[in-house]
Design a binder for this molecule. Structure first.
Ligand SMILES: [Zn+2]
Length: 62
């Protein structure tokens, strides 16, 4: 079981947000989660989000 507090630092924007999701133990705030979901592949921000997701997968696998 994992314990986490009500406020956690988002791995994407590094802001402390009360709401968000956990993926493989990493926290993504609700804003970034929505941004990732709605970002299209040709968006200039897309590679940034992909990099963040990669970091999550890598830390999850290691
Ligand atoms: Zn965020």
């Amino acid at each position: 079981m994992q314990q986490w507090t009500d406020t956690t630092e988002c791995i994407v924007c590094h802001s402390i947000k009360p709401e968000g999701i956990r993926i493989c133990g990493e926290f993504i705030c609700i804003d970034c989660e929505q941004a990732i979901v709605h970002t299209s592949v040709d968006d200039p921000e897309y590679p940034l989000y992909v990099e963040c997701m990669k970091k999550i997968w890598i830390s999850a696998l290691s």
